[in-house]
Design a protein around this ligand. Sequence first.
Ligand code: URA
Length: 265
Amino acid sequence: MSANRPLNDAEAAAALDWYRAAGVDLAVLDEPVDRFAASVVPPRSRPAPVLVPQPGSVEMPVVAASLSADPAETRALAAGASTLDELRAIMNAYEGCTLKKRATQLCFADGNPEAEIMLVGEGPGEQEDIQGKPFVGRAGQLLDRMLAAIGLDRTKVYIANMVPWRPPGNRDPSPEELALCAPFLHRQVELVAPKFLVTLGNVPTKALFETSLGITRTRGQWRDLTVGSHATRALATLHPAYLLRTPGAKALAWQDMLSLKRAIG
Ligand code: URA
């Protein structure tokens, strides 16, 4: 195949599909920028160019972070919600998180707001972004089977995520995005007031347990946590997406499910 031959329709569709799967789902500029050429180190004899922004030049945002937004703002907004419906409306109207600009819609929560058990995941994936509900893709189907194994279903649990808008390409939410969205999740916990809270995987466990330890060290552990102003018993367990990739770890998740079953009695 000639390197410079234009792609035919099938090849172009396959390339786009590959980009989309890799998380490249947004065109930032009309013209591509060759970052490899830009990063070539100049020869020693030539002085390195000094990069001075030119009038009218376009600055490329490299990191998708909500750097200009302030968690104090989301904290104040979240505090103004006295019901889950109000909180959902406030989050829908909020424009400060860059994740929202790329997401299809808000993925607020699923399940029963009266439930004693609240599950917290990381953030919506592709299917959750399309349907606007947490854990409806393959990982969600596994989560449903895990819950069913201990007699639970979505009428008996409430499910939300640390960030309510899909991070592009399913990357982890950045620390800035987590800090910005945390007050929304904390208010959700306060309003649902669960007796038991289960963190699914690394991201919510690190954030809510306030630990830097990885999930393989923290899973299976119960902690007394205060989230927002609500005190709850919290259990860390493995993320169902991790279990899909690592079926050998399902035995550990099963132990955690049994531990949850014993706790709820
Ligand atoms: N993974 C998550 O953490 N949350 C979802 O809603 C879906 C997949």
